[in-house]
Design a protein around this ligand. Structure first.
Ligand SMILES: NC(=O)c1ccc[n+]([C@@H]2O[C@H](COP(=O)([O-])OP(=O)(O)OC[C@H]3O[C@@H](n4cnc5c(N)ncnc54)[C@H](O)[C@@H]3O)[C@@H](O)[C@H]2O)c1
Length: 386
């Protein structure tokens, strides 16, 4: 593995500045994880529980174990099942029992190696065990690298709702090794790029342009060839997310301004509905967000807030993320039915993240969107990508 000088992003929470942590981004960083763990964990830390799944551990477990053990940690792995359906209370209980069986102490830590599923679940286990011990995120999907591993949201799903049980628990450090993306399936890359487009579209126009430029040079669906350019772009996404999280760590439901954490849910209102009506089988989450952003864009245009030319740029951006599974066979009424039970609703109405312009989100109460605008927007967006 080649190691280049990593990008370092500082995540500083305005409300609790003392809890700041660093995100390291670069190629080959798995081999430096031990050093980074030593730097960021309590000096008394001795034991680490490494949570992963069989696939990711098979690819990267040995390199990570070697680096952590070389830094004098005693490390024991625990592998959970692969996939969203394992992000549940049962797996959480198994992981907690594992932490207890190792006799981890308050100064020890959990290490999450994998995508968002492993990260969300391991983070929650770390938050609960002994009322909270440290954890390190080592994300290995693009989605987890640009989004899920930073910001401290942890959760598991229940039968009725996704991410409905969780807490905010910030990692002590995040180590992003861009080389791990080389083994990521094309669809997972597409899903990650959709979440990356989301950041720029909702909150930072220059990041949107930069992401689209990168995707023009590096065809989506293929592992990018330039590690340095990729690391810089991922670091820019993390900086953006960190800037939003810093000012609104716990996603204050009372906030409706364009810097509130809620803007990161751009595209998610429809995405959750799309995932639900297709039984969580057709779309990767990021792919559904791709459609969701288009729906929000169509609504924004119909409400007169977003210019048609900017909607066209958004469409191009989503297209450049890669091919999405078809959605034109899903009747808008099925989606509107599912929207009624969206967990992000406040006071009984869904809050939509729309666009005032690219890079500037607008939070709108669902009651301000007529049934006709919603139906027309769904029809337009779900038919217009491939
Ligand atoms: N906490 C947050 O802020 C936040 C934000 C966004 C999403 N999420 C959560 O993240 C989850 C989705 O994460 P995800 O998209 O990473 O899915 P995932 O964790 O299921 O990973 C996708 C697939 O890729 C495999 N994989 C992971 N790394 C690989 C690699 N380097 N090479 C080959 N295969 C690899 C996994 O085993 C899995 O099969 C959802 O549960 C979602 O709710 C959380």
């Amino acid at each position: 593995m080649s190691v280049m000088t990593p990008q370092r992003v500082r995540v500083r929470l305005r409300a609790r500045a003392a809890d700041e942590y660093h995100v390291l981004v670069g190629a080959g960083l798995l081999t430096q994880s031990g050093t980074e763990a030593r730097r960021s964990l309590d000096p008394r830390a001795q034991r680490l529980a490494l949570i992963s799944n069989e696939k990711v551990f098979g690819l990267y477990g040995a390199a990570l174990l070697k680096s952590l053990r070389a830094a004098a940690f005693s490390v024991e792995p625990f592998l959970i099942g692969d996939g969203e359906r394992h992000k549940n209370l049962r797996t959480l209980e198994q992981v907690l029992a594992f932490l207890a069986s190792l006799g981890l102490e308050r100064t020890d830590a959990v290490v999450a190696l994998g995508g968002g599923v492993v990260g969300d679940l391991a983070g929650l286990a770390a938050a609960l065990y002994l009322r909270g011990i440290a954890f390190l995120q080592i994300p290995t999907t693009l989605l987890a690298q640009v989004d899920a591993s930073v910001g401290g949201k942890t959760a598991v799903n229940t039968k009725t709702a996704k991410n409905s049980i969780g807490v905010f628990h910030q990692p002590r450090a995040v180590i992003v090794d861009t080389e791990t993306l080389r083994t990521l399936p094309a669809r997972e890359l597409t899903a990650g790029w959709c979440e990356a487009v989301k950041h720029g579209a909702a909150g930072e126009r220059s990041l949107f342009d930069r992401t689209v430029e990168f995707l023009k040079l590096e065809p989506a669906g293929h592992a990018p060839s330039s590690d340095a350019a990729l690391a810089r772009l991922i670091a820019a996404h993390i900086s953006f997310k960190a800037s939003i999280v810093a000012g609104d760590e716990r996603e204050d439901v009372g906030r409706t301004d364009y810097r509130s954490r809620r803007i990161l849910n751009f595209g998610h209102t429809t995405a959750h509905a799309l995932e639900a009506v297709t039984g969580y089988r057709r779309f990767r989450h990021g792919e559904a967000v791709g459609y969701g952003m288009l729906v929000a864009g169509e609504i924004s245009k119909r409400l007169g807030t977003l210019d048609g030319s900017e909607l066209e740029l958004l469409r191009d951006a989503v297209r450049s993320c890669g091919r999405l599974p078809r959605a034109d066979d899903i009747a808008p009424t099925r989606i509107t039915g599912a929207l009624a039970s969206d967990k992000k609703s406040v006071g009984g109405s869904v809050k939509w993240i729309l666009l005032e312009r690219l890079g500037h989100a607008l939070i709108v109460d669902g009651r301000e969107i007529s049934a006709r605008v919603l139906r027309d927007s769904l029809r337009a967006a779900l038919h217009k990508t491939s």
